[in-house]
Structures are given as C-alpha cells and as structure tokens.
Design a protein. Structure first.
Length: 397
C-alpha cells in the first residue's frame, strides 16, 4: 500500500512593511488568546475543579472579541486564533498523558513568534502564496521546489529572534518512498573528538561550529551588556547577538542533515547508543561541547528519516559498556578513563576506543533486534531479563 508522507517545506521570505505590520499584529493576538485561554482553563480547575476543553475556549474567544478591551482581535484573521486554541488543547493532552510539562504562558520577548493558517486562510496559486487579510502575495525565496502538484494543508509563518521571516508549507510528498532493502548494518558511536565513528572504521570530524564564532559572540555580548535597557542601541546590539546565535544553530543542523541522509540511504539497520543528553550537559566542563555536537538532534533526524525510507534504527541501552568491552574476545575491562583513546586487550588485540565501541554497539544492536526490542528498547524484557544480558557480555574465567 502506498502511503504519502507529509513534509514541511520551510522558506525565507521578505515581507513588505504592511505585511510585516499585519503579521506582527497577528503574532501578538495569537499570544494574547493563548494566554487568556490558558489562564481561564487554569482558573476553572483551581477554583471549581472544572475541566475546560477546546470547544469552551472557542466560545470564550467569540465573547472576548465582543468586548471593548479585546475588540482588536477582530482586526486579524480568525484562523490563527482558532489554531492556537487547538495547540493549547494538544499541550494539555500531552500534559495529562505525561508526555510534557504543564503549559506555560507565552512571553512577548522570549516565546516563538508564529501563526498557523489553514486552507481557508490562504491562497496558493501558480507558486504565489497570499495570506488572509493581505492583498499581495509573500515574496518567498523558493530555495527548493515543492513536490509536483503539491497542495499545502497548513501554512505557518514565523519570525526568529534574528529578525528573519520564514514560511513553512505542510504538504504530502509522494517522492518519499521506502528505499530498496539492503543487508548493510552499521554501528554509530558519537563523540567529541570525532562527531561520529562508524563500525566500518570511518571517522567523521567534529566541525565544532560554535568554537568558530565564540570570540565574535563574546564580543557582541559584551557590547550588549553596556547598552541602556530599552534603548534603540540595545535593540540593535541584541539583534547582532541573535544573528550569531542563529548562525551557530544553522551550521550543525545542515551538517547533521547531510550525515543522517547518507547513513539512511546506505544502511538497512543503524545502531546507536541511547544517551541521556539532558543529564550529560549538566557536566560544566563538557556542556558546551556536547550541546554543539547536537547528539539529540542527530538521533531525531535519524529516526524520522529511517521511518520515511523503511530503515531500522536500534538504540542500545546506555549502560552497555561499549568502550570497555573487547570486540574480539568479549573481555570486559574494569576501567576505561576518557583520556585513553587506544588500548590493548589481554588477547593481544589493540583497539581504537571509538571504533571498538562502534563494533560493540553494532553487535549488541543486532542482538536487541533478535530479542524483539524496538527502536527505544526497554530496560527489561517481559520475562524480566535485560535484552542486553541475553547476549554474553564478558568472558567467563
């Protein structure tokens, strides 16, 4: 059965002064409606133990528009306002499902500025996108073509802290189909000296994008700290800092897209380690380097691309001693400090630490697949025995 994948195609665009003003008003109204609805739902539960759903908040929105204080909500398209109520409902659903924390209020300074339009609030014809309440199409920079015959179902307009405008079009992409099956499998060990080490022996260098802009970022941050709060000079200085942060974030994302696409195309099974990055960045000495390596984003990209193209990603338990285990004889070393990059086992085999870890991850991942564990293997199997322990991990004396 053929299934089409929905993909979001993101583009830069340059709005006119009128379009920028309209979108800024829309962003403000979206934020206001979200905060009002969140406050109403919270107050109803605290005072009356009453649950308020999307339909109730939608009725509240109609009443708010009729008041003199909130009459300005009628000046923007109603669709983004309804969409933000749906997003709030999703946030509460995730909270009650224990998948997220309690929803927080949106801030004018720190929250993402965005608005979502559905098909009734935009027109897309002949490669021109026109939003509701606008007379001219957006000047979109079409950096890549949309799928042939694509019909966007939703359009999300956003502005980042660096002042860049983006439009994201969600549409079906019939070109995303499962790739021909291949017998290739690879183990991937992430690191800091090298971004990735493959079980094939290949090492992918860590570009360390953040280090390249560290001096410039520190210089602009010092200048920002000296500006008077609320002044135009401070706003300009803040924009310069934001642009450097945006450049630091864009570079690793581009690198990871290229690497993950290549891994998915070349291999049927990809084995990685189930790391808890949010705990690892608590290490003050390594937090900056780990954040720059973007291990969590690497895993996220790898998993959704593998799902698109019919590949398999196996995550091995984080406690598996991949670095201390000899891939030749399965002897487990007692300790393996981080500064030890090569070591020799009692069996006489000399190992590169990262390559050996990638070999062990590949073997353990294939064993997990045989045991029936999934992409995110649980700590224990139904019979109570760890999936990792079903494969001998050390040589018995």
């Amino acid at each position: 059965m053929t299934t089409h994948v929905k993909r979001a195609f993101k583009y830069r665009f340059c709005p006119t002064d009128a379009q920028a003003a309209e979108l800024s008003r829309t962003f403000g109204c979206v934020r206001k409606v979200y905060n009002l609805a969140l406050a109403a739902r919270t107050q109803a539960w605290v005072t009356r133990q009453e649950g308020v759903n999307y339909n109730a908040t939608s009725a509240m929105l109609t009443a708010w528009k009729k008041t003199e204080e909130l009459a300005y909500l009628n000046e923007v398209s109603s669709v983004p306002l309804q969409q933000t109520l749906r997003h709030l409902q999703t946030a509460f659903t995730n909270f009650f499902g224990r998948r997220a924390k309690y929803p927080r209020f949106k801030s004018r300074k720190t929250s993402r500025r965005s608005a979502e339009y559905t098909t009734s609030a935009f027109r897309f014809r002949d490669g021109k996108l026109t939003l509701a309440k606008m007379t001219e199409p957006l000047a979109v920079v079409w950096s890549r073509p949309l799928p042939e015959g694509a019909k966007p179902s939703t359009v999300t307009v956003s502005q980042d802290s660096a002042g860049r405008w983006f439009v994201s079009l969600l549409c079906e992409d019939p070109s995303v189909q499962p790739l021909p099956a291949t017998g290739q499998a690879v183990g991937v060990d992430v690191g800091l000296d090298h971004l990735l080490t493959l079980s094939t022996g290949e090492k992918i260098a860590n570009p360390r994008h953040e280090r390249r802009d560290r001096a410039a970022l520190a210089r602009q941050q010092r200048r920002l700290a000296k500006k008077e709060k609320g002044s135009a000079n401070r706003a300009r200085a803040r924009l310069k800092v934001a642009k450097i942060h945006a450049r630091i974030a864009d570079r690793p994302r581009d690198t990871l897209h290229k690497i993950t696409t290549r891994l998915v195309r070349e291999n049927q099974t990809i084995v990685i380690e189930d790391l808890t990055v949010h705990n690892m960045v608590k290490n003050r000495k390594l937090a900056r380097a780990i954040s720059d390596a973007a291990w969590s984003e690497f895993r996220s990209m790898l998993e959704y691309k593998a799902q698109w193209y019919g590949r398999e990603v196996v995550a091995v338990d984080r406690w598996f001693p991949s670095s201390r285990l000899c891939s030749a004889c399965n002897t487990l070393q007692d300790t393996m400090p981080l500064h030890v990059r090569t070591w020799t086992c009692d069996c006489g085999v000399t190992h590169d630490r990262d390559v050996n870890a990638a070999h062990n991850l590949l073997a353990a991942g294939l064993a997990v697949t045989v045991c029936g564990a999934g992409v995110r293997p649980q700590r224990s199997t139904p019979d109570g025995q760890s999936a990792m322990k079903q494969k001998p991990s050390r040589r018995e004396p």
